[in-house]
Design a protein around this ligand. Structure first.
Ligand SMILES: [Zn+2]
Length: 194
């Protein structure tokens, strides 16, 4: 099957926890599905909060997804017909920033529309490097906001909590968790881990 003459591109959906990244990814992929464009959705195997073969937003919407550990697995799941590749929770992949950027560029150069969603900052309010790379390379960037649980302002940071207190800076960068473990906070209410 020959690929239709659409041009490839990279779209990034970023923001903090509870900003609606997965909902936005699902919204775009539903449109793709309705338009009958062949697509594949990938989700890191590490994100085990919900069912393993689907992406589920916090509000419970679901779409079928292929679980992967590394971005280099993606071509194994593609054929020439696939026009859209979506990756949810990109920050959970094991690869370094260069590998992730190289694969997204390669796909987009092959006329695939690549849509990635993920956290732009870790719980220490430092950039996730893979996301930082893609934000620079992308054709389209959507930064979403949550609402600060303390003051109601726009939140851009994910505060990780342990027993209700900010997690220490030495804690692992990746820790999967939900409402008991993360709060969305604004710049003023965010507490820098010690
Ligand atoms: Zn606040």
């Amino acid at each position: 099957m020959t690929r239709p003459s659409t041009s490839g591109r990279i779209e990034v959906i970023c923001g903090c926890m509870y900003s609606g990244k997965t909902e936005e990814l699902i919204r775009r992929m539903r449109q793709v599905d309705i338009a009958r464009q062949p697509f594949r959705i990938f989700t890191p195997r590490r994100d085990t909060r919900y069912g393993i073969h689907q992406i589920t937003s916090h509000i419970g919407t679901r779409l079928e997804a292929y679980p992967i550990d590394s971005i280099v697995e993606i071509p194994d799941y593609l054929d020439d017909a696939v026009q859209v590749v979506a990756i949810d929770e990109l920050h959970f992949l094991i690869d370094d920033a260069d590998q992730i950027a190289a694969m997204c560029q390669q796909l987009a150069d092959r006329k695939v529309r690549v849509i990635v969603a993920g956290l732009d900052q870790d719980f220490r309010a430092q950039p996730f490097l893979a996301m930082a790379h893609l934000l620079a390379l992308a054709e389209q960037v959507t930064k979403l906001y949550a609402i600060c649980v303390r003051c109601g302002a726009y939140a851009t940071r994910s505060q990780r909590l342990i027993n209700g207190q900010p997690a220490p800076a030495a804690a692992p960068v990746i820790a999967v968790g939900g409402l008991d473990m993360y709060e969305a906070r604004c710049r003023a209410c965010y507490e820098h881990p010690q």
